[in-house]
Design a protein around this ligand. Structure first.
Ligand SMILES: *Cc1c(COP(=O)(O)O)cnc(C)c1O
Length: 486
């Protein structure tokens, strides 16, 4: 007989305890057995949705039923970012201390819009962003705020750049009526698409984004940036912002920040630095060089949710000019005025969102659990594994490497004798598909100079040398099988 329950009040703390332990057991088993799951699920679009009822239940259901559907409906459609062989995109693995912190922030459910509504959340956030700032060696005058993603962080950077244009008031009048020439933003051809999205959102438009040529190592050519600015000024544009990327999305190339920063200073252009993935490695003394010149930048973004084992989402945005960020966004209605307004920074004044989660809890747990030394050890191992894989590619005549490896992202492709570039591209596309469809490893791709490029990233907290060796073996197996057929 079907049980009808009526959950018209919250769970009791006793029930919570029971099911809470069940969920914790579930998660601990999931992580313990993570390698038994295919990295990429074998599902077709629409398959998961079709198993979900078209309407919510009228009556409450048992927790057992919910967990059973989690296992039967949701799990088959999971791409396992936590899998050690998830080596696609930029991995963001969740550490277990990070998961536990997420649990707590949901429990408190504070909204840190102003200081008073969540003093601990807001002050922990300030302190955590100071820890992170100092750990990676950003200047002391950089002030930080947590947003959800790097895309949103960079949009705020571009908003600052716009607000910072002297003598005009876009905030008040709107772009169309502010009496400014068409604005121009500069970023490398290899910059992340979020820069263009930010420009779209802020009324700069895609025409307002000028892509700067890169050298053969995929880094901005500073003289090309200078030339573009000069040319634009002559042609009636208003250069206002430039973005340097430390660890571009395709190849993790490192733009020459120091030189770009000098150009921006001379030209009075806001410099934003996008280090979403790779910035955290500057915790290592031997990697500090990647941020050389950062003291001349105006803003900076790094994502602890990418390579610092903090569960999604967590993007750290820094600026040396928080007053510009505030003047761009602060609007305080009467009902949000508090008596502490003059003595605290209310985070709602520093961005588009009012409500904000207790994200700093996650970074706190991660920092304290691993310590700086623990993090350094993990990064050193990832960087070592990246070089190791690059070495395997370089030694194997069937493969070629297509970009330098400053971190642990390797861009490569398979070669096949006597074939045209078009055929080689097709071969590699097929090869990637065959590798990924095994469910044993997940890689991704990019296009470099017209070449279909396979990309492997080592940044998962559970990825060890034997996982990399297994992946390399699988890549070779699939290469051999495909070569016979192709
Ligand atoms: C991943 C990435 C982004 C986008 O990050 P989100 O947090 O997903 O918005 C932007 N820039 C770079 C360099 C990245 O690696």
């Amino acid at each position: 007989m079907k049980e009808t329950i009526n959950n018209n009040a919250d769970m009791t703390p006793e029930e919570f305890r029971k099911y809470g332990y069940e969920i914790v057991d579930w998660i601990s088993g999931y992580i313990r057995d993570i390698k038994s799951y295919p990295v990429l699920p074998a599902v077709k679009p629409g398959e998961i949705k079709s198993k979900l009822p078209s309407m919510p239940p009228l009556h409450g259901e048992t927790f057992e039923k919910i967990i059973s559907d989690l296992n039967n409906i949701i799990m088959p459609g999971m791409t396992h970012w936590n899998h050690p062989n998830f080596m696609a995109y930029f991995n963001s693995t969740s550490s277990m201390p990070g998961m536990l912190a997420e649990f707590l922030s949901a429990a408190f459910n504070v909204n840190g819009m102003v200081w008073k509504t969540a003093p601990s959340s807001n002050e922990l956030e300030e302190r955590m962003l100071e820890w992170l700032r100092d750990a990676i060696g950003l200047p002391q005058n950089f002030w930080g705020i947590v947003y959800d993603t790097a895309s949103v962080s960079s949009m705020h950077a571009i908003a600052c750049a716009r607000e910072n244009i002297p003598g005009i008031n876009i905030r008040q009048k709107g772009l169309a009526n502010a009496g400014v020439k068409p604005l121009r933003l500069y970023a490398s051809e290899q910059a992340h698409s979020s820069i263009e999205k930010g420009a779209v959102a802020l009324g700069i438009g895609l025409d307002g984004v000028r892509k700067i040529k890169v050298d053969k190592e995929f880094k901005i050519i500073p003289s090309e940036l200078k030339r573009a600015i000069d040319e634009d000024r002559e042609n009636g544009w208003f250069p206002f912002c430039a973005v340097a990327t430390i660890g571009t999305t395709s190849t993790t190339s490192i733009d020459p920040l120091d030189e770009i920063a000098d150009i921006c200073r001379n030209e009075n252009i806001w410099l934003h630095v996008d280090a979403a993935h790779a910035g955290v490695t500057a915790i290592l003394p031997e990697m500090k060089w990647i941020l050389k010149g950062i003291e001349k930048a105006d803003s900076f973004v790094v994502n602890p949710h990418k390579w610092m084992f903090v569960p999604l989402d967590f993007s750290a945005f820094y600026t040396s000019k928080p007053e510009v960020l505030k003047s761009a966004f602060s609007i305080v209605p009467d009902y949000l005025k508090t008596s502490e307004d003059n003595s605290v920074k209310n985070y709602m004044d520093y961005g588009i969102q009012l409500g904000r989660r207790f994200r700093s809890m996650k970074l706190w747990f991660v920092f304290r659990y691993f310590g700086i030394e623990g993090l350094m050890k993990i990064y050193r191992e990832h960087l070592r594994l990246g070089k190791l894989f690059a070495g395997w590619i370089d030694e194997e005549k069937n493969f070629e490497r297509l970009a330098p490896v400053p971190f642990s992202t390797i861009c490569f492709r398979a070669l096949s004798a006597n074939r045209s570039e078009v055929q080689i591209n097709k071969f590699n596309e097929k090869l990637l598909e065959e590798i990924n469809s095994t469910g044993k490893v997940l890689l991704s791709h990019t296009i470099l100079n017209g070449k279909f490029t396979i990309r492997l990233v080592v940044s998962g907290i559970r990825t060890a040398e034997n996982d990399l060796r297994d992946s390399w073996q699988l890549i070779n197996e699939k290469f051999n099988q495909l070569s016979d057929r192709f």
